[in-house]
Design a protein around this ligand. Structure first.
Ligand code: TPP
Ligand code: MG
Length: 648
């Protein structure tokens, strides 16, 4: 590196790495590095540009470090970065570098997942030559109608910020724009800076100020007094108010403020998937999950509520039970959200602010208000009833267990054992299949950062790389990754990354020979579990209804370098969990393989999820399902009545 007065000569790749190593975030007076490092997979698009820069950075000792971690699949490395950011309450994340073409497009799913979940991640896809002199190069798209198009344009709709650096001079504004969006609680999500392969290696004289330490303060926007007054007046007029707590409660660190609010007022709290753990399980106002995968307690209260207070929720269809959860004809919504976009949903009264700040102000404005004692009693009674169902799901009676095949458990037993034998601060990670719904209902959360179910995108394959992200973020906690056989087969690859980094993640691999979730859904919609089981094609029928496939996932995990324990009974599962807990912290991944019977379901949420059924059909099953569908549709509501202020 040469430097003359006020400038330093570096390649674009070296400048990117040096810049990223000097970015910090700050909130509540605490600052931390914005980037823990850079995950990557090299190819001809980035090996000599960003790759050379990361090598140079690794070999140079000192403060300006950007550690490199080699992943196995580009989609997975984005999942790792996203999970890390979630565990760090969006204050820290990773950059991800990928080669041109497929390396970069592999990150698209991760980009969508980050943006849907409003979680920050910096994507650095490589582009084909900006000069185009050698084109078309290996893996170049070549669109006949648009000469400047590359596969990286596919990131535009999935990113909250996109730039392509075709000239070194463009880099500073691209990087500053990227940091602004990553650290903005409203705008954050996938941020993409595409770097053509030749530009990465190009040298330039950069102003030294570009590499000064920068601290990005993550804002806590305050609520406007008039909005708090209006919200308080509306809630005071309510007889059966109900809180829906979303992921924003966690990202804001608003759990204590929510607890203070609900304790002072007696208002019960239901939680979305991202919001689960906003109150600990044993709190008197905690009604657990709400919506399609909710508890009967939360859903009964949601159904009667006259004022719903949404905090940091985007009101996804699982949370609103596809807009059937709130059945009180006069129901009104008050929405506390840092994003005006989300605060305005369901025709709610908008309180656009940081969740912690807004809840604190609202608690003060609600002074003297409390729900009727009969409403508290109702909460307690509904909760006792639900909790007894959870207990039975965790410990099924002998008439259920005796009917199971040898060595096979119920899914409720597996979740119950992990819940009971893990420490309160341990983290459970899951994303797709039947387990997210069952966890939402059955998992007893004891710590604010201990429940990590990615259910914004519900992406099969997130589980293992997500578990790695959580473990990297929080090495003091054990991480239990719950993964179905379907999700495992989609992305077991990152077990190898966990081996490489000696990361202890405890993977509970639940084998049920196919898609229990979609199988049940298919059956309920009249589609007869079509194409959802892992079976041979049957010579006699020509269909996929032959014998079970002889898949040995335990052997598969072992072959990737994981320590594998196979559990064939509840006792063996309990011992496996204890052994895994006792294993050394730097011993790498442990996979506990267990088989479950998908026909034993978790307790019913007495709720619904809108998935359309064919209106005409040759099949009786579909026709019957359509009749049931029509009946449910009748309960669906648009929630258009305005939440007018009542304080004037
Ligand atoms: C990438 C991706 N593809 C498809 C789906 C749709 N889908 C949701 S759950 C599921 C099956 C999951 O199977 P498994 O992991 O075995 O869990 P199980 O349903 O058996 O509990 C599928 C195909 C998805 N969520 N993500
Ligand atoms: Mg399965």
């Amino acid at each position: 590196m040469t430097s003359t007065a006020g400038t330093v000569r570096l390649t674009v790749g070296q400048a990117v790495v040096r810049f990223l190593a000097n970015q910090w975030s700050e909130r509540d007076g605490r600052r931390q590095k914005l980037f823990a490092g850079c995950l990557g997979i090299f190819g001809h698009g980035n090996v000599a540009g960003i790759g050379q820069a990361l090598l140079q950075n690794e070999l140079a000792a000192g403060e300006e470090r950007l550690p490199y971690v080699l992943a196995r699949n580009e989609q997975a490395m984005v999942h790792t970065a996203v999970a890390y950011a979630r565990q760090k309450d969006r204050l820290q994340t990773w950059a991800c570098t990928a080669s041109v073409g497929p390396g970069s497009t592999n990150m698209l799913t991760g980009a969508a997942l980050a943006t849907v979940n409003r979680l920050p991640v910096l994507l650095l896809p490589s582009g084909t030559f900006a000069t185009r002199v050698a084109g078309p190069v290996l893996q170049e798209l070549e669109a006949p109608y648009a000469a400047d198009l590359t596969v990286n344009d596919a990131f535009r709709p999935l990113s909250r910020f996109f730039d392509r650096v075709s000239r070194p001079e463009q880099l500073p504004s691209a990087l500053l724009g990227a940091m602004r969006v990553l650290t903005d609680p409203v705008e954050t999500g996938a941020v993409t800076v595409a770097l053509p392969q030749d530009v990465q290696a190009e040298a330039f004289d950069w102003p030294v100020e570009l590499f000064a330490e920068r601290v990005w303060r993550v804002a806590r926007p305050l609520p406007e007094a008039v909005d708090i007054t209006g919200a308080a007046a509306l809630i005071r007029s309510a007889r059966r108010p109900f809180v829906v707590a979303g992921g924003g409660v966690h990202y804001s660190g608003a759990e204590d403020a929510l607890r203070a609010f609900s304790e002072a007022t007696g208002i019960p709290v239901g939680e979305s998937q991202a919001g689960k753990g906003s109150l600990p399980h044993e709190h008197p106002q905690a009604m657990g999950a709400v919506g399609s995968t909710g508890t009967t307690a939360a859903n009964a209260l949601a159904g009667e509520a006259d004022v719903v207070i949404g905090v940091g929720t985007r009101y996804g269809d699982f949370t609103t039970a596809s807009r059937t959860a709130f059945q009180n004809p006069g129901v009104r919504f008050v929405n506390i959200n840092v994003a005006r976009f989300d605060a305005g949903k369901l025709s709610g009264l908008l309180v656009v602010a940081d969740a912690r700040e807004a809840l604190t102000a609202l608690t003060a404005a609600m002074d003297g208000y409390a729900v009727h004692p009969a409403y508290r009693d109702r909460q307690a009674e509904l909760w006792r009833d639900w909790d007894a169902r959870v207990e039975t799901a965790h410990n099924p009676p002998s008439e259920i267990t005796d009917a199971l095949a040898d060595g096979v458990l119920t899914q409720g037993t597996v979740l119950g054992c992990v819940n009971e034998l893990s420490d309160p601060r341990d983290v459970v990670v899951c994303a797709a299949g039947s387990m997210p719904g069952d966890l939402h209902k059955l998992w007893r959360v004891r710590d604010r950062k201990s429940y990590h179910v990615e259910y914004g995108f519900s992406c099969m394959g997130y589980e293992i790389p997500g578990g790695i992200g959580v473990r990297l973020a929080d090495p003091d906690r054990d991480v239990f990754v719950l993964v179905g056989d379907g999700s495992y087969l989609m992305m077991p690859t990152e077990l190898v990354t966990a081996v490489q980094e000696r990361l202890k993640i405890i993977v509970v691999l639940v084998q049920n020979h196919g898609f229990h979730s979609i199988g049940s859904l298919s059956e309920s919609l009249g589609s007869q579990r079509f194409g959802t089981a892992y079976r041979f094609r049957n010579d006699a029928t020509g269909r996929l209804d032959g014998e079970r496939l002889p898949i040995d996932l335990a052997a598969n995990a072992r072959s990737l370098g994981a320590t594998v324990i196979e559990a064939h009974s509840r006792k063996e599962l309990e011992q496996a969990i204890r052994d895994a807990k006792a294993a050394p912290a730097d011993g790498g991944p442990i996979v506990i393989h267990v088989e479950t019977d998908p026909t034993v379901h978790a307790p019913d949420s007495e709720s619904w999820w809108d998935v359309p059924v064919s209106q005409v059909s040759d099949l009786d099953t579909t026709r019957r399902a359509h009749d049931a569908y029509t009946a449910h549709k009748a309960a669906q509501r648009p929630y258009l009545a305005p939440a007018e202020r009542t304080d004037q």
